[in-house]
Unconditional design. Sequence first.
Lengths: 305, 544
Amino acid sequence: MLTYLAGRLISAAVTLMVVSVVVFVVAHLTGDPVRLLLPVEASTQEVDRVRQQLGLDEPLPIQYLRFAAHAVQGDLGNSLRYRQPALEVILGRVPATAALAVAAMTIALAIAIPTGIVSAVGRGGILDRLARGLSLLGQALPAYWLGIMLIIVFAVWLRWLPAAGAGSPAHLILPAITLGLWPTARISRVLRASLLESLNGDYVRTARAKGLSESRVVLRHALANALLPAVTVVGLSFGIVFGGAIITETVFAWPGVGRLLLDAVSQRDYPLVQAIVLTFAVVFLLINLVVDLLYGVLDPRVRLA
Amino acid sequence: MSDRLSRLTRRRVLRMAGIGLAGGSLISLINACAPAGPTPATSAPAVPVAAPTPAPQAAQPTQAAPAQAKASSTTSITVVQAADVPNLDPSRNNVIHVFNVADNVLDTPTYLDRTLKVRPRLATSWTAKDETTWEVIFRTGVKFHDGTTFDTSAVKANFEYQSASDAPSRSFFTNWANIDIVDATTVMVKTKTPEPFFPNVLSRLWILSPADLKNPAVFGSTMNGTGPFKLTEFTQGQQITITANGDYWGGAPKVGSVIFKAAPEASARTAMLQAGQADVVVNLPVEQAKQIESSGQLRLAAVPGLRAVPLMIDERTGAPFTDLRVRQAMNYAVDKDAIIKNILGGYAQQQPATISPLIEGNAPDVKPYVYDPEKARQLLSEAGYASGFEIDFHHPTGRWMKDAEAAQAIAQMLGKVGIRANLLTAEYSTFFGTWSKGDYHGMTMIGVTNPDGAPNSLFNLFLYSKGSWPFSWTDAKLDTLIERARSTMDQTARGAAYRELEQYVHDNAPWVFLWEQKDLYGINKSLKWEPSSNEIMHYWDATY
């Protein structure tokens, strides 16, 4: 187990290094932040001076090595726009993104588990077809369209909920629904498939032969086994929801890390972009690791070595 | 037995995980939903005082709107901008949404009113003692929000802070040699060369409390000026609240507070206005402006702005742009009226030459090039390009009003006279970064402005061969005309010099002159407030 964990941590470190190189190179290839930082009226001499101050006049490999040396000590540089440590800016936004991700996943699980069960049990029936149709729709609807539709209906027409922004629990509802729809569809489909497989298992036939009620057979015996693949999908969806909230956060003006990333990219705030991408990578790797470890705990047949 | 135990362990793990997840969600939810900063203290109702208000132009009264169209309360205005304020220091954050907060909390020696006329603010008078010396006299009895008394030492300290080497704002003060304090109310400013638009530059000098200047890091949470509003809340990414300064030397503002929020998505901004959760929204796209215009509940303000959008011709490209007839032909080939009407929704006006009709130096006699494709073909033919030519045409997307759509229309119009334009589209940051380094050749659509309401920036940058920009138009006569106009202290003579300069620029067509776009605001109908032409919003005279 410890060997496995050590191996995973080493591979995570390598992944992070690769991510950092890619994000560094891509960010620096896309444009010059200095001209965007200064007013249009700034002279070439001023631009050169600021470029020098920020260390952007040095060769790219040197800039990367300096960045990497600081990064391993936890210093991801200062945001050019916020004029404070990039990590500090991100940590200020993490609670909002985490709240949104947790709310979205709560909605997703609350809908996906019952629909997945109903679909599998009544396979081919009207409820199954309806659930599958909705699930397809959930995966196909783009978040920016759904978000704007929800705003128009619930904020502008009905005036039940705030249109955008943050500051009260009500502000969380529409973005959480928008963000939660995609994992709802995904989890529901996976659960349906794995539950169907479980329902064909020998132990289900045995349980039924013992005379157990159908609900006990499904919920107690089949579902317990069918949940295992769903755990992986839930874990991965959580990572994707956390990192993929960019569009939802932008549409709803939610003050999270996703919106911060979009701003940072459009303003060429390199240190902030790098720090956010690295933070996302760390979160994703951690969730993956936790899911894999959890898998071993949940299923005695899986042994991690 | 051991199997049972291990199953129990798994169940326990699951149960604990479930409890942990639920608890975690609750904590996160509570954290994210609770206001992160201190709750803004609501100020006492504004008390009128005898001193004159700094903004003599009262907002145009509008018809009262039904109650449901109004947001929050009658003492608060919620403004939704398009971008977040990352840091409150306006001298280090050269962006309009920071200026909009700063200009209500900090006073400047002068300010530009809604029609861009220079008005006194902290300074009561300014006089040119000679061609390069200005005397400025300031108010007495003014206090900073932190309780300290304002005097000219604060002016000098702020000049030094804002012209420091790491301050983007320093470009406004590059022509200032030094400031000498004469006494507590008077300073003498020496300029390196004559600067007739010195009063305009004064509108860019924010006066912060000297205590703040000693600790710039505090701007994240506080900012003390002498302005009509005090900063009471700055929650990054969420909102900024400024509340009325009851002791303001110019009289307390009529509203109790202004709340600045940000919503990058234009449709969300419009929805917030429609849902009564915002009183003012900025940067409306054309479609949404039309939607607001046609609704009975809301008001659209389409304000003629200083932002011109021309096509700049890169002289370094050489032929065919070296031929004046080709440049004029391009100006005749574009049907600006049709684009303004059909693509820009009518929210723009034709640009005759460089200087906006709103500011000093404009030449009313200079008329825009008319649409005449026949004449364009004839000029091209005379220049030896009867069968046209091919050229690169760079433009951004999503930055200026309908930029990409307008660029396509222009390319088609140029195509009709034989000029085959290769449209090269880029996202704005990439576009601007590449263009400003001088890496684009051919022609480029670019939005430019004179931010201080003086006519010089555009000439100095793009048309003056000895200017600071990495590339510029090269024309000795143009250089002479620019130098003469910008250094003439006598207003009448200066007006004549600018008129001659504008006529010359128009006739020599270094740009394809297109249009000046209007700034589009959606406003709660019961709010009596008008936006300004330089995009900076002042709320001290706003009222319901």
